[in-house]
Design a protein around this ligand. Structure first.
Ligand SMILES: Cc1cc2nc3c(=O)[nH]c(=O)nc-3n(C[C@H](O)[C@H](O)[C@H](O)COP(=O)(O)OP(=O)(O)OC[C@H]3O[C@@H](n4cnc5c(N)ncnc54)[C@H](O)[C@@H]3O)c2cc1C
Length: 403
């Protein structure tokens, strides 16, 4: 059922049913708005493997009612991140344990299979709001709202359209034409393996990031600790396949990590199903809104995965949008202005941090690498990222504006 005009709450159409779109739907529901979600795929669900969720996102999911489910479905790694040296496996530094994260930031650092996260979000949404098999081909502004056009020739109108259609967004063009993400000079080898086959010993229970020249290697447990998510991130000059991942051999992956510590090579050697993804990123957009169309998630801030924050930022966007509209349901334009005011500086800073990590995580051995390692040995420094509470930021912005 398409949204129909309601007398009190605005009607909202969300394009894209990924982590951002579904979290936005839940945040809007909490604000008393019943949004409809339009997803291009024939069924809602996530491809891909694991995802790290940092305390800045986990606290929001906890408040949306998922604390217990996350405890059941996600894994709390022994240490959030252990940084290791590529050649000898030496521990360079680590971030807090789960307990320390709870104490410091009031929420955990968890790792979860993407499909499990989507299942949790979907289960909490009324089915009549979910519309699979709806591929958006464009949006148009209307008098006091916007219209979403679908491939099969149908359309829906709403007071507000939320573009949550990811990296290859078709809706972005209507807000920020020509600002789409570009190939960022890195590719990611991705695979899952049964954790008992991973020859990493105790280290397999933590999020591990092994740093080496021009590449780094990431692993963490998912699926109740039964599987290990493995990602090899490698600098590439060129990527001719656009957004299309390619199936590649474990031998190709292994070749990229020749000369690395035997544990890394042995982990790659047992992989059976490896895909290679080009990584795309963008620079901060000057605006996230045009009329009654607003951007959210990867559409608004496509970033390298080197801060493990793309989805976390989409969750922050979603909750911020719900909070802004919830505070001013009768003033959509004002709510969108506040959403941009709160979100653009924050997401841009995280985008920049991911870009900085592209340099720091892939340094050749030498003086700069030694300085980085000394900094990692000093520990955390993640308070600005993990301690941030987007709901508090919206409340502060409202207070400052006297509303
Ligand atoms: C290798 C790698 C590792 C990562 N690791 C992490 C991590 O550990 N932690 C983290 O926070 N982030 C991580 N990310 C980033 C994270 O995956 C993304 O930021 C996140 O998925 C963005 O969510 P989204 O909802 O904005 O977009 P998406 O997840 O891309 O969802 C968009 C949805 O819109 C749908 N759609 C697209 N076009 C249309 C259309 N025309 N009409 C209708 N529907 C449409 C799609 O089918 C999809 O369901 C990683 C990314 C990569 C590449």
């Amino acid at each position: 059922m398409p949204p129909t005009a309601a007398s009190h709450a605005p009607t909202v159409a969300i394009v894209g049913g990924g982590i951002g779109g579904l979290t936005a739907a839940l945040a809007l529901l909490r604000a008393g708005i019943r949004p409809h979600v339009y997803e291009q795929s024939p069924a809602f669900g996530e491809v891909g493997a694991g995802i790290q969720l940092a305390p800045n996102a986990v606290r929001l999911l906890d408040r949306l009612g998922f604390a217990e489910e996350l405890r059941d479905r996600a894994v709390r790694p022994a240490r959030a991140i252990e940084y290791r040296r590529w050649s000898d496996g030496r521990l360079l530094g680590f971030q807090s344990s789960d307990l320390e994260h709870e104490e410091r930031y009031g929420a955990s650092y968890v790792v979860i299979h993407r499909a499990h996260l989507l299942e949790l979000l979907l289960a909490a949404l009324p089915k009549d709001l979910l519309h699979a098999g709806h591929r958006c081909v464009g949006v148009e502004q209307t008098e006091g709202g916007a219209r979403v056009l679908f491939e099969e020739g149908t359309a829906v109108e709403a007071d507000l359209v939320v573009a949550a259609d990811g990296l290859r967004s078709v809706v972005r063009e209507s807000v920020a034409s020509g600002h789409g993400p570009a190939f960022a000079g890195f590719c990611a080898y991705r695979a899952l393996l049964p954790i008992e086959r991973a020859p990493l010993g105790d280290a397999a229970r933590s999020v591990g990031i092994w740093l080496g020249p021009g590449r780094h290697f990431v692993h963490y447990p998912v699926a109740g600790g039964g599987l290990m998510n493995v990602v090899g991130l490698v600098a590439f000059d060129d990527w001719p396949h656009g957004f299309q991942p390619q199936h590649v051999s474990a031998a190709e992956f292994a070749e990229r990590f020749a000369g690395w510590h035997p544990d890394v090579r042995a982990t790659i050697d047992v992989l059976t199903d490896v895909t290679l993804w080009g990584l795309f990123a963008g620079t901060p957009l000057p605006s996230w809104t045009s009329g009654r169309v607003v951007l959210l998630g990867d559409v608004a801030h496509p970033m390298l995965p080197f801060a493990a924050q793309g989805a976390c930022q989409a969750i922050e966007d979603a909750v911020a949008l719900g909070a802004c509209l919830g505070r001013a349901p009768g003033d959509i334009d004002g709510a969108l202005a506040r959403y941009e005011h709160v979100r653009i500086p924050r997401a841009s800073a995280v985008q920049a941090h991911a870009r900085e990590n592209a340099t720091a995580y892939n340094l050749p051995d030498g003086a700069e690498q030694q300085r980085r390692d000394a900094e990692l040995a000093r520990g955390d420094g993640g308070a600005w990222l993990y301690g941030y509470d987007v709901e508090a930021a919206v409340a502060e912005a409202a207070l400052a504006a006297g509303s």
